[in-house]
Design a binder for this molecule. Structure first.
Ligand code: AMP
Ligand code: MN
Ligand code: MN
Ligand code: MN
Length: 283
């Protein structure tokens, strides 16, 4: 069961990726993906198209999203898999989560103007595929286009992370709410790329404990955001907390992402894969 080319984390133009759901499905299939999920940030508008394209390429599909959450003053991402995409509370929760993005983007633009970068809001909008989902990634693409930075990772480092001129703090959904939207819609909540958060050991323990207590069942172990040492570390965390393990590239764009769809090591054999628990939700 762990030897399956599952890619359960990636982004389309419906959030901050550059490919359509159909283009992603074709790329995933060409790379040998057998089970796929499109997980756009705070948004599930691409789900029907993604499922149809997956089936056209002979892949199995799980519904997906990546919800922005604030926990201990840090942004944490919670992946939802296998939920009912028509669930009213889930739809309402995602709409609310997307709600603050427009005002935040305008504030980011004002901050950037103060350091001499003009019209960043309008510039970022050129890259936005879904008007409800403007993200820092779209600003990063504009700053690369205008030559302010060479690549998007440099933009994040110099402008878009805490303490930098274009960073605007934002309060997202609560951990409890996000986990409940997903689980009450019949899906599984999964902590995305845990190694990316700048938590102390105590804060990380609190994240996993509270996540479990709210009904969360999975953690990403093999992701494009983790090193090989981090696969080992979070495999251990999965066992310690009794969580199922997930695998996903977090692919956004051919030019930007260093890990392509389906191009990851398999899950360590001793873990329970999320797709085993979600077997009856696979389409
Ligand atoms: P937002 O949801 O608007 O805060 O944007 C978060 C997105 O920015 C993430 O999902 C990534 O796609 C991207 N991102 C965050 N940090 C970095 C980084 N250091 N380098 C490149 N992209 C990043
Ligand atoms: Mn993203
Ligand atoms: Mn993420
Ligand atoms: Mn992601």
């Amino acid at each position: 069961m762990s030897i399956l080319n599952a890619d359960l984390h990636c982004h389309s133009v419906v959030s901050d990726g550059t490919l359509t759901p159909e283009e992603l499905a074709a790329r995933a299939a060409a790379n040998g993906v057998q089970l796929w999920a499109l997980t756009d940030h705070d948004e599930i508008k691409g789900q029907q198209r993604a499922a149809a394209a997956a089936h056209a390429h002979g892949m199995k599909y799980l519904t997906g999203t990546e919800i922005s959450v604030t926990f201990a003053d840090e942004t944490v991402h919670i992946i939802g898999l296998g939920f009912n995409p028509d669930d009213a509370s889930m739809l309402q929760g995602l709409t609310e989560t997307r709600g603050g993005r427009g005002a935040r983007a305008m504030e980011m633009s004002e901050q950037l103007a103060k350091v001499g970068i003009k019209d960043a809001y309008e510039g970022a909008l050129k890259y936005v595929g879904n008007p409800e989902l403007i993200s820092r990634t779209h600003f990063a693409r504009f700053l690369v286009e205008t030559g302010v930075c060479k690549e998007t990772s440099e933009v994040f480092r110099k402008y878009l992370t805490e303490g930098k001129p274009g960073y605007v703090p934002h309060r997202w959904a609560s951990l409890k709410a996000a986990v409940q939207w997903i689980t009450q819609a019949g899906g599984m909540a999964v902590i995305a790329h845990p190694a990316r958060y700048r938590f102390t050991a105590n804060e990380e323990f609190a994240l996993f404990s509270e996540f479990k207590a709210h009904g969360g069942q999975g953690v990403e172990v093999v992701t494009g955001s983790h090193t090989a040492a981090e696969y080992v570390r979070y495999a251990e965390t999965a066992r310690e907390f009794g969580l199922a393990a997930s695998r996903g590239s977090d692919f956004h764009s051919p030019g930007e992402s260093h890990v392509d769809l389906g191009q990851l090591p398999f899950l360590p054999g001793e873990l329970t894969p999320v797709w085993e628990v979600l077997a009856d939700r696979i389409q």
